[in-house]
Design a protein around this ligand. Structure first.
Ligand code: ZN
Length: 478
């Protein structure tokens, strides 16, 4: 029977640089025999008795097996060398040899040069590299600070400006940088840390139309974004453009880091998380909050993974996902599997071009017909109607910790999960306005209540409390 055999990057020199070959056999041993017949150079990784040499592990459908394991039609065989530090870096020897370190750089990078696993060769690989960091928020800022320690070219992409609320965790930006573009603020700080770093600032939103052009030419991409739409877009682009991706994410006290390097047989983000949650159901880190040092912890781990990919050493989080709960302090490193049916990196992918895919629709950002019929009310109109004394019910569906930041005047608090049960508290003859933090969960609340049979007129406060704060809370003192 025919099976697909994936070959880990370090072993590909023995198989004409192929990542994937078709092999025939009823057992692993027979399949590997077929491999050796097709690629005689592969003999070097086999013992005389036909078993693989001890430094090579065999996985079938992501489970480690021995040479005599049976195979079924369609099994996925992976040859993986288990030597620490054996993985080649993404920077070739030719590129490494093309750069030099001057005396100042030797002094600047001396802590790396002392490390046997990095040394001059490793530091030159870092200098020869081009790394793109997408997002200069909580995760991106620690990432660029550490990558400033020697990465030759650093791409920094963000279309946002620095706000006061960013400063607590985005430690690269200073109070004086508020209202400046994040790329400008970050560029100044990176230059101040290390003037040798070449910076390519990309002050625009990453979209399905421009992403391929933006990531082209970079060796490693670092996803430091804070929304589902960008994450799926970046993942798919990295799979299709064959770029290793260092993923980092956080929410409140928890963080995740992984390396998706599909070129080298690893699963992708979509293998692990095939679809995002419906819009508004799960808050993003910007809406859900995070404890400030978590940015430094997760971002620093991402930077560490980037350096290992560039140098070619250690064991990266490729095929594994680090999960960290810093509130209860628990960490786990989970093995993650490739999904054969993955729409972007699986056997018969449905996503073959970045432009073909409607990310807004996929991520639930485009209003569906039902949501279109949700009426919204602008903060100014709500204020005018409240000031006029018109009867109006205002329902605050925010979480208690969100309400503690700003209490909305004259609002009744009903958590979203209790709305249907407590709908008798609403008067169908009076307009009801729903408020949340960003104006997304209030739409979900209205749809939930409508499904629950409520017939009165319902309005969603456009942009939520965030959009209404200047009008309603202008004179407030914390
Ligand atoms: Zn995948």
């Amino acid at each position: 029977m025919k099976n697909t055999l994936y070959i880990s990057a370090t072993l590909r020199i023995f198989a004409e640089h192929k990542a994937e070959v078709e092999v025939e056999g009823n057992t692993v041993r027979e399949a590997l025999c077929d491999l050796r017949e097709q690629y005689p150079e592969c003999e070097k990784i086999f013992e005389e008795n036909g078993s693989t040499k001890p430094f090579v592990s065999i996985f079938v459908n992501d489970r480690r097996v021995h040479n005599d394991a049976d195979l079924k039609e369609g099994d996925r065989i992976l040859l993986l060398p288990v030597i620490a530090g054996g993985a080649p870096g993404v920077i070739s020897d030719e590129r490494r040899k093309a750069v030099t370190l001057d005396d100042k750089e030797i002094e600047r990078y001396n802590k790396h040069l002392m490390l046997r696993d990095i040394g001059v060769k490793g530091q030159k690989r870092i200098k020869a590299a081009k790394v793109l960091v997408i997002g200069l928020g909580s995760l991106g800022t620690p990432v660029v600070q550490y990558l400033a320690a020697g990465v030759g070219t650093l791409g920094i992409a963000d279309f946002d400006e620095v706000s006061l609320g960013n400063l607590q965790s985005q430690v690269i930006h200073m109070t004086k940088d508020v209202n400046r573009p994040k790329t400008a603020s970050a560029r100044d700080k990176i230059k101040a840390i290390n003037p040798n770093v070449r910076i390519e600032a990309i002050n625009e939103r990453i979209t399905a139309h421009n992403i391929a052009g933006i990531i082209d030419g970079y060796d490693v991409i670092v996803d430091c974004t804070d929304n589902y739409q960008s994450r799926y877009l970046i993942n798919d682009a990295c799979v299709l453009c064959k770029k290793p991706l260092v993923f980092g994410a956080m929410y409140q006290f928890e963080g995740q880091v992984s390396v998706f390097d599909v070129q080298n047989g690893s699963p992708c983000f979509r293998c692990q998380f095939p679809a995002p949650p419906p819009a508004g159901l799960v808050p993003t880190c910007s809406a859900g909050g995070t404890i400030s040092p978590l940015s430094g912890i997760i971002g620093s781990i991402q930077a560490n993974e980037v350096l290992k990919l560039l140098i070619g050493g250690g064991e990266t989080l490729t095929g594994r996902l680090l999960f960290m709960d810093t509130w209860n302090f628990r960490t786990s490193v989970l093995n993650i599997c490739k999904d054969e049916n993955c729409p972007v990196c699986g056997k018969s992918p449905s996503i073959t071009e970045i432009t073909e895919f409607d990310y807004e629709d996929f991520c639930g950002l485009k209003p569906c017909e039902e949501e279109n019929s949700v009426e919204t009310i602008e903060p100014a109109e709500l204020k005018a109607r409240m000031d006029s004394g018109e009867p109006l019910t205002i329902i605050d569906i925010r979480e208690p910790h969100e309400r503690a930041i700003r209490r909305f005047p004259n609002a009744v608090v009903i958590p979203i999960g209790q709305l249907v049960r407590r709908q008798k508290e609403l008067d169908p003859d009076i307009d009801t306005v729903f408020i949340c933090t960003e104006g997304k969960r209030s739409i979900l609340a209205i749809n939930t209540l409508r499904d629950g049979g409520y017939t009165g007129r319902m309005l969603s406060l456009s942009g939520g409390v965030n959009a209404a704060k200047e009008l309603f809370f202008a004179n407030e003192k914390a």
